[in-house]
Write a protein that binds this ligand. Sequence first.
Ligand code: MN
Length: 337
Amino acid sequence: MLGSDPERTSRASCESAERPTITGVSNVEAEPAELTCTSTPGGVEVLGPRDVPLGGPRAMSVRRTLPQKQRSLIGAWCFCDHYGPDEVRMDVAPHPHTGLQTVSWLFTGEIEHRDSLGVHAFVRPGELNLMTGGRGIAHSEVSTASSTVLHGVQLWLALPDAHRDAPRNFQHYAPPTVTVDGASVRVFLGSLAGSTSPVPTFTPLLGAEITLPAGATIELEVAREFEHGVLLDTGDVTVEGTTLTAGDLGYTGTGRATLTLSTRDGARVVLLGGEPFGEEIVMWWNFVGRTHDEIVAYRDEWQAETDRFGRVEGYGGTRLPAPPLPGGRLRPRGNPA
Ligand code: MN
């Protein structure tokens, strides 16, 4: 999904009396609200979620943990929205992306994807759908008729400078479930617990869903050069001695050979990792670039319907216009030193 004008989404009509319609996710805030952030030296930095309301008068909110003031990226992961379970419809009209890859990972529900590469696919629980919108792509996302509850995460990966004009691409992968000390692990990007995703990435990365049964403690071997984030979906989890609340993203810096997770009552988490990105990026609406002027040019091209983004066939409606640019110049963001 993603990224739409808050004014537009607030005007969006609610097509179902039972279930509000999500028409986009906003990431246009110029000054995100301060969040509670606790940090222990050498320990785990708890990145709490910010509730971001979506479209429709009674629409749900998503819980956004990336980007935020304290941290813009974990590896190349630059956007993390966690949503549901909610009884909602999703209907995100064709919108553009540049300089990034999107990862849709569902726990519950089904979403129909169409893009300007010509891909028509269904996003289902436990299956990776990785879309590359380097130079430019457009896509639409609509929940299917049978999908009454949506629960999942929407993640973006920033492309490194050398590859940020990569051509359009779409990869699907349904990872096997491997077991570690009673926990179930699905590795959708990178390698963990002896399972390796065949999907190539532009920077060294890790993405996995881990389900821990009640009372479990697991020790995962991880790459020392990676930083990691543990997003707690449901249940309770303690990461390296720090207990998270549902919706939190627990950040660990580089230099760890293992990550220890434990739970009292059981938990489902998404583990994200990667080598520190090392580049500053400019994120606005659905674009990732490097400068204000570049973002302005992307916006102009979307509005002018140039070939950069192409056309989405088969969506029953009009494309999303770009929101107005903010008054000031967009500033690059990286991580604290
Ligand atoms: Mn999108």
